[in-house]
Design a protein around this ligand. Structure first.
Ligand code: ADP
Length: 212
């Protein structure tokens, strides 16, 4: 049985061997975290420093707001990159199943428009500091998104660091919740790829995956 420091070293060494090139596009270069010993329930968890709009997973998760009408951050990037059919589908969801908006912690799917993914799964994270139970709500975002992915038959799903932008969730805390929740989830999704914007976010998830 390896000690924690040794295991961490092994993972880092292996990660470096794998290299950082994910596709031909410079912006999506990133570092992969080896799943191996850290997996549970056959769902591989991978970390990538990059742009979620460029992912080739079956589904990408959008950190949406309750209106589903787009916004800044990941939300704006997904709508810009995927084109207007995503917003059309969101409007239809508002007209039919969610006239009052999408509650925090819930998730719904739409087309991914021109993205490489087939579906966008929209979920609404908690606004940190405004609810008594942010971790529970953030966990629910991940569980709901994976449930929707299972209903769609998606086998690979890319998540951003939900709530850690304008919604103000501290990245280290959010990383621990996200990793723990996905590890414990019962899902048919084979790969969960956390796509982190910037080295600090990547480091937080790397730490949560290795030490959490
Ligand atoms: P929220 O409102 O849930 O906080 P944001 O979109 O403001 O959502 O931010 C969530 C996280 O997504 C932040 O860590 C932000 O840096 C990151 N982010 C922003 N754009 C992208 C992108 N294109 N790909 C991946 N992550 C992104």
């Amino acid at each position: 049985m390896l000690g924690l420091a040794e295991r961490r070293h092994d993972v880092t060494a292996a990660k470096n061997q794998i290299g950082i090139h994910v596709t031909e596009h410079e912006e999506v270069e990133g570092r992969w975290h080896l799943p191996s010993a850290y997996d549970a329930h056959m769902t591989r968890i991978r970390l990538l420093e990059g742009d979620i709009t460029r992912q080739d997973t079956d589904a990408v998760v959008n950190a949406a707001n309750p209106s589903l009408f787009g916004g800044g951050g990941v939300d704006g990037a997904i709508h810009r990159a995927g084109g207007p059919t995503i917003l059309d589908a969101c409007r239809e969801i508002r007209r039919t199943s969610h006239p009052d908006g999408l509650p925090t912690g819930d998730a719904v799917a739409t087309t991914a428009g021109g993205l490489r993914a087939r579906w966008v799964i929209h979920t609404v994270g908690p606004v940190y500091g405004t609810v008594p139970n942010p971790a529970e709500l953030l966990a629910r975002c991940h569980v709901s998104s994976l449930r929707v992915a299972d209903e769609l038959g998606a086998r690979s799903v890319a998540f951003p660091a939900i709530s850690t932008g304008v919604y103000g969730y501290p990245i280290d805390e959010a990383a621990r919740v996200a990793i723990r929740t996905v590890r414990d989830a019962r899902t048919n999704v084979e790969e969960v790829r956390f796509v982190l914007f910037g080295a600090d976010a990547f480091a937080a998830f790397d730490d949560a995956l290795t030490n959490g």
